[in-house]
Ligand binder design. Structure first.
Ligand SMILES: Cc1cc2nc3c(=O)[nH]c(=O)nc-3n(C[C@H](O)[C@H](O)[C@H](O)COP(=O)(O)OP(=O)(O)OC[C@H]3O[C@@H](n4cnc5c(N)ncnc54)[C@H](O)[C@@H]3O)c2cc1C
Length: 555
């Protein structure tokens, strides 16, 4: 092995191995070394969390990294998200279910992380990456003023040294560079998680004998969804793993459900028995032997800087992490890795880095800030069968309409597009903040037990504009059409925000002055797209509408 290389990646987990593959696909001649502490092959199932993917990550792994064959053949095609408002309820088929009745066009997968990282390691080696498993980084000496970096590590009992032009920290929570450069940044989102894996598939369809309930989904494969069992201040996940196990987890706002009540398997099981008895009963089946148990306190964190013109970068959990609700972890890996490839490509082409490293860092942090607003102080809403469905649809409209469009249309590094769309993007961000505040107030305005929780499915697939937004990710757009797409999304968000404001006022008596002012003050950005049929969400032709109508009748 050469001791002077182009890029050293510290940590060969999801972020580091993905980046190595992306770099080699971009430029096969690059000399890339990945130093990973764990020996490969790693174990399947009870390995790491980060098992559910959403659209950006699915597109990244399947398309950008070219791994679709592995995903189709060796992992599980996901049946979207599914949410049940089942706190304290044994008969889940009597609660509201939010999800899709059929698969939407854009695919995503459930990942067995051990199986996936083993495959990523093999694929990286096939592409010529020097992947050193069982190797531990001991010391890093970053180069000054763009100079060469030095890494001391141990491998098979030997102490070794490498010099590198580029240095990328993908060491996960070890956060080697973040600590070294003093870039640790707390955020205001304070939640904790516990999780464990069990043998076998935990099938939600065992919750009912009701033929109508069982046939709500086509195919009737709820088990392939990331199933969320929701209550005030928390959600529990069920994620199937292709190696024949199921991942179970609980994520909770510590102020409402302290970690001390969940910190070991016995406590977590007791807690489930009280809060999600249907899941606890399924897990009592002796076939679901427990494989592991982990917990993590206050896992959400920021990072002051992730890209530098001094030829270092940070990706994955070594930098920042938000919250697993909506599974954005792998999305942010995809986005950070794409920016790192852009910077390395520029550097290889002899172009200056200073301005681009700074701007990409700012954009990346603005994605982080926008997404953090979906989570901070929002956990009390999670048990609300009326408000959480609205939030999920709003959050998805923002995600598919804006962030995903930049990723799918390969515009993350298109600074001209960011400049042209500056007003629209700022407006969407402001709308999102105002809507999140409104959702919070709306949910807090009435006691949760008074909120109807009827036995029906809020079928996102039945909202034509929502399904179309998902499908639109597959379009290929030229520059003009891309700008038009973001303007259309802005328009869509404005219309939806106005409907949500009306609904919150009617249902919760909550006025939304800040949001209404925003809708009045900011003229709608020009969009030539035909407007979606209105109401988008609260019409009587949709299950959302039926829910609204039922409430009005009860009142
Ligand atoms: C509760 C919870 C649930 C989550 N659920 C999801 C989800 O459903 N979907 C999703 O997309 N994301 C999810 N995430 C986020 C996801 O787990 C992370 O985004 C992802 O695992 C981060 O990958 P990584 O490569 O950055 O870190 P890791 O996978 O941790 O990899 C870091 C690697 O660095 C190595 N390393 C560390 N120190 C050294 C050293 N000194 N020398 C050599 N190697 C070293 C480690 O061995 C490790 O393999 C979840 C996170 C949490 C906390």
């Amino acid at each position: 092995m050469n001791t002077k290389v182009d890029i050293v990646i510290l940590g060969g987990g999801l972020a580091g191995l993905s980046l190595s593959i992306q770099l080699k696909r971009m430029e096969p001649a690059l000399h890339v070394v990945v130093i990973e502490r764990q020996r490969h092959p790693v174990r399947e199932a009870a390995f790491k969390v980060g098992e559910s993917t959403v659209e950006i990550a699915a597109h990244y792994f399947g398309h950008v990294l070219g791994l679709r064959e592995h995903l189709e053949g060796e992992q599980i095609r996901k049946f979207g998200f599914r949410f049940f408002f089942s706190d304290g309820v044994a008969a889940i088929d009597r609660c509201t279910e939010l999800g899709v009745s059929k698969l939407l066009p854009m695919v995503s997968w459930q990942l067995d992380r051990g199986r996936f990282e083993n495959f990523l390691g093999e694929r990286a080696r096939e592409l010529g990456v020097v992947f050193l498993d069982g190797a531990t980084v001991k010391h890093v000496e970053p180069g000054r003023d763009g100079g060469t970096h030095r890494i001391d590590f141990e491998h098979d009992g030997d102490s070794l040294q490498l010099e590198t032009h580029w240095l990328v920290d993908a060491s996960g929570r070890a956060s080697l560079l973040k600590r070294k450069f003093d870039l640790v940044e707390e955020n205001a989102h304070d939640v904790n998680a516990v999780w464990w894996r069990v043998d076998g598939m935990v099938d939600p369809n065992l919750w009912s004998h009701d033929g109508d309930w069982l046939s709500r989904c086509t195919p009737p494969d709820r088990w392939r969804s990331t199933n969320h069992l929701c209550g005030r201040g928390y959600w529990a996940w069920m994620i199937p793993l292709a190696s024949g196990a199921h991942s179970i987890g609980i994520v909770a706002d510590g102020a409402l459900h302290p970690l001390e009540q969940l910190k070991n398997h016995a406590l977590a099981t007791d807690w489930l028995r009280e809060h999600q008895p249907a899941l606890a009963t399924l897990l009592d089946d002796p076939r679901h032997a427990v494989q592991d148990f982990r917990f993590l306190r206050h896992f959400s964190h920021g990072c002051k800087q992730v890209f530098s013109a001094d030829r270092w970068a940070i990706t994955g959990e070594a930098g920042l992490f938000l919250d697993p609700f909506y599974s954005p972890g792998s999305d942010f890996i995809a986005i950070a890795n794409t920016y790192i490839c852009e910077l390395v490509g520029r550097d290889r082409a002899g172009r200056p880095l200073e301005a681009h490293a700074q701007i990409y860092d700012q954009i990346f942090h603005s994605f982080y800030e926008s997404t953090l607003a979906l989570y901070t102080d929002q956990y009390p809403i999670f048990g609300d069968p009326e408000v959480l469905p609205v939030k999920v649809i709003w959050d998805y409209t923002y995600y598919w309409g804006v962030l995903s469009q930049f990723f799918f249309q390969r515009r993350l590094a298109d600074l001209a597009a960011f400049a042209d769309l500056k007003l629209e993007l700022a407006h969407c961000q402001a709308l999102n903040r105002a809507v999140q505040a409104l959702l919070r107030e709306w949910s807090a305005a009435r006691p949760l037990p008074t909120v109807p929780n009827p036995a029906e499915m809020l079928d996102q697939a039945s909202l034509p504009w929502f399904a179309a937004l998902n499908k639109s990710l597959l379009d290929r757009l030229d520059d003009a059409a891309f700008r038009e797409r973001i303007r259309d999304s802005t328009q869509l968000m404005r219309i939806l925000a106005a409907e949500i404001a009306d609904r919150a006022e009617a249902s919760g008596g909550v006025a939304a002055p800040a949001l209404r002012q925003l809708l009045e003050e900011k003229p709608a950005p020009a969009s030539t797209a035909p407007l979606p049929p209105r109401p988008m969400l609260f019409g009587t032709a949709t299950a959302m509408g039926r829910l609204a109508a039922a409430e009005e009748a009860a009142a």
